[in-house]
Design a protein. Structure first.
Length: 299
């Protein structure tokens, strides 16, 4: 499914706005030849050019529209090389020092029939491209470890958005139930509408990975809502990512998961609360992490 022209502009604008958060990866970059995989319209490549002016930035994308935007943005700048190629097949004329995947791997997975193998093959390709001591840096969505959570929409709009998500998510069937806690027992009941849901203090029981997918998508504009429902934002847990990269031969230099402060303050906290059952009591808990940073080094 392709984005509409308006949806494409909104998507690119959101990538530009989130670029500053991505600066947190820059302390891990090894200077020299830096490859921006899935460079899109060039938000990260522009930051690389500013922060590492002595390095060569190689912007790789397979979209003709994005290649056109990259060429216009960098206007034959000698420090930026633009290459149209697939991420799995990409080769370069020499070994490189840093490879970046910034919000790219989940799209590679989602728009290629949800193929974990293709992502693994792409990660293997990076190992062959890097110099010894070179680094692979991934910033992307992440799945939480599997556990049961209880979701509380805080108003009618978030309640309706939840049900839209349940009806329309394309990646996998979603299982949930609604009900009320009596001591430590969850009694399944289905409210007729949000007013009943709110009045009787219902909660929605879901697996954490499904809650995470909902929270990664529900706030998107209508122009891109259908596209988001065909994507899986977190394709592995952090533990699974680390296992795969270690099997390829990488040494894990750094890893973390976190929630984007903007989402926490302006979206999540206004629209949903999340609870867990612990020691027989239902208590408010943290939202699943929205984002992962993983730095792997070729030893």
């Amino acid at each position: 499914m392709d984005r509409t022209a308006r949806g494409q502009e909104i998507y690119i604008e959101s990538m530009e706005k989130s670029a500053m958060d991505k600066l947190r990866i820059f302390s891990f970059i090894k200077e020299g030849i830096i490859v921006d995989m899935g460079a899109g319209a060039g938000a990260i490549s522009a930051l690389l050019l500013r922060h590492f002016p002595e390095s060569k930035t190689v912007a790789v994308d397979n979209s003709p529209d994005m290649i056109r935007r990259l060429k216009k943005r960098f206007d034959n700048n000698s420090q930026v090389e633009i290459i149209k190629d697939g991420l799995t097949s990409f080769r370069y004329k020499s070994k490189v020092d840093t490879i970046l995947f910034i919000s790219v791997l989940h799209e590679l997975f989602s728009f290629n029939n949800y193929s974990h193998k293709l992502v693994i093959d792409t990660l293997r390709n990076t190992f062959n491209l890097l110099n010894k001591g070179g680094r692979l840096i991934i910033r992307d969505g992440v799945q939480p470890e599997q556990t049961t959570l209880y979701l509380k929409p805080l108003h009618k709009d978030s309640y309706n958005r939840f049900h839209e998500f349940i009806r329309s998510f394309k990646v996998r069937p979603l299982v949930f139930s609604q009900g009320i806690f009596s001591q430590d027992s969850f009694i399944q009941q289905t409210p007729n509408n949000y007013e009943e849901f709110k009045k009787d203090n219902y909660l929605i029981e879901m697996q954490a990975q499904d809650v995470s997918e909902l929270l990664s998508k529900y706030f998107y504009s209508e122009e891109n809502w259908k596209i988001e429902l065909s994507e899986q934002f977190g394709i592995w847990t952090l533990r699974e990512y680390i296992h795969i990269l270690t099997e390829i031969g990488y040494y894990i230099k750094y890893s973390e998961t976190y929630i984007l402060e903007y989402l926490l303050k302006n979206k999540y906290s206004k629209d949903f609360e999340v609870y867990k059952l612990e020691n027989g009591f239902i208590t408010k808990t943290q939202y699943p992490p929205s984002t992962m940073i993983l730095v792997a080094e070729k030893s």
